[in-house]
Design a protein around this ligand. Structure first.
Ligand SMILES: *Cc1c(COP(=O)(O)O)cnc(C)c1O
Length: 406
């Protein structure tokens, strides 16, 4: 990022998320470009970073949105994503969410169970509309990623088996209120191997062919998200290879390829900035205590995820330290055994690759206001979310009548 980090911290304070919007553009263009010559739609997975400015930026580039709650659908619409580029996924949609999705007339509702299909049919019937649906297939392939972010095995809660999917398509085809136009799978996140993706594509493409044979015409082939990124020293899948692997497997099918990248788009488009409060030594162990914590960036605590951490403009011999926050949990750390030079109060640490599943997973635990967020575009900085104040945090409690306690 071209802007000076010290200047940003002076202006906005810490903890702070900073996103490089030019990098988001590059990521989008590279993936979209990889599908050149094919009908495709890149539907950004909003849950990875749902700041309106981020979605608006991607919408302007032509991206769609993959949403997992009606709140995300509203964010996408508000940010200017065209309704015909919005997909609504997720294992547990409420009636009210289904109703609104149908009202908004978005591209697709992704079904994850037979029960859900019946529910969507019933609601579409009440509203006298036809629901465009796709079915999430669980191809039972091992994505070779962290068990918490693996989703494509039968032991995971996502999607339905191939047999069930076929029965559901046959049912939907006959229904007056369901229009089965899509098929979907998403086998996991932070995928760094192409083979499981290829395998899943092949399995799902075969199902599409067998549906075609019984006059069920699938128009949208949704390969989900999951493209891995470099946090440490991973080798990742190149968008060109990814697109090639997919198109190889769907030869002869006239479909629009949907992809739903989240992490790929955002992880390395963002950093998290935090200031050093104190240093201490507990026996042999060195701790660097910072003003950012697990409530701001939970990935290290939740998945034991690695984020590279560096000190800004500090020299000196490095020793290993745990970088921990002020939250009252032993699991509150941003990094373990991080090589850091001697540090002083107010020195700045950069936590890298924090643009995806960073801010969106943050909370008010310990009554900590959530971080501010800043966008950098063409060398200029823009505040895209104010730092949360104490008043922001208690607003909904203050709105309640407390006279019964007086
Ligand atoms: C989470 C999710 C994504 C995005 O996953 P990434 O690993 O961030 O690319 C895409 N599709 C679905 C259905 C998801 O649940």
């Amino acid at each position: 990022m071209s802007l000076d980090i010290t200047t940003l911290v002076k202006k906005y304070d810490t903890p702070l998320y900073v996103y490089d919007f030019n990098n988001i553009t590059n990521r989008y263009e590279e993936l979209k470009g990889a599908f050149d010559g094919k009908k495709s739609l890149v539907a950004y997975a909003v849950k990875s970073n749902s700041n309106l400015a981020v979605i608006r930026h991607l919408a302007k580039l032509g991206a769609g949105a993959d949403c997992v709650s009606i709140g995300e659908v509203h964010r996408a619409l508000k940010a200017g994503v065209k309704k015909y580029r919005i997909i609504f996924s997720g294992v547990g949609k409420k009636d009210s969410e289904i109703r609104e999705a149908l009202q908004q007339d978005i591209l697709l509702i992704n079904l994850e169970s037979e029960d859900e299909m019946k529910r969507v049919e019933m609601i579409a019937n009440e509203m006298d509309v036809e629901a465009r649906i796709s079915i999430r297939v669980n191809p039972n392939v091992d994505p070779q990623t962290h068990p918490y972010i693996s989703t494509g095995l039968h032991e995971n809660k996502f999607g339905v088996s191939l047999d069930m999917a076929k029965r559901m398509y046959i049912y939907a085809k006959k229904s007056e209120h369901l229009n089965p136009v899509g098929i979907h799978f998403h086998i996991g996140s932070q995928l760094t191997e192409l083979a499981p993706i290829s395998e899943a594509c092949e399995i799902v493409a075969d199902l599409v062919r067998s549906l075609k044979a019984i006059n069920i015409d699938i128009k949208f082939f949704d390969v989900g998200g999951g493209l891995g990124v470099v946090y440490n020293n991973e080798t990742t899948i190149k968008p060109k290879d990814y697109a090639h692997a997919i198109t190889q497997k769907i030869k002869g099918l006239d479909v629009t390829i949907l992809s739903e990248p989240g992490r790929y788009m955002m992880a390395n488009s963002g950093i998290f900035l935090t200031k050093v409060l104190y240093e201490k030594q507990n026996g042999e162990k060195r701790f660097v205590i910072v003003d950012g914590a697990m409530n701001d960036l939970i990935r290290p605590s939740l998945y034991n995820a690695y984020h590279k951490i560096e000190a800004v403009q500090k020299e000196g011999e490095t020793t290993l330290a745990d970088v921990v926050g002020p939250v009252c949990e032993s699991g509150d750390f941003l990094g373990k055994n991080v090589a850091l030079p001697p540090l002083n109060h107010n020195d700045i640490l950069v936590v890298h690759s924090a643009g995806a599943y960073g801010f969106t997973m943050s909370s008010n635990y310990n009554t900590r206001g959530r971080s501010a967020e800043v966008a950098i575009l063409d060398g200029k900085d823009y505040l895209i979310r104010e730092r949360e104040s104490f008043e922001d945090q208690i607003r909904l409690e203050e709105a309640c009548d407390i006279s019964w306690q007086e």
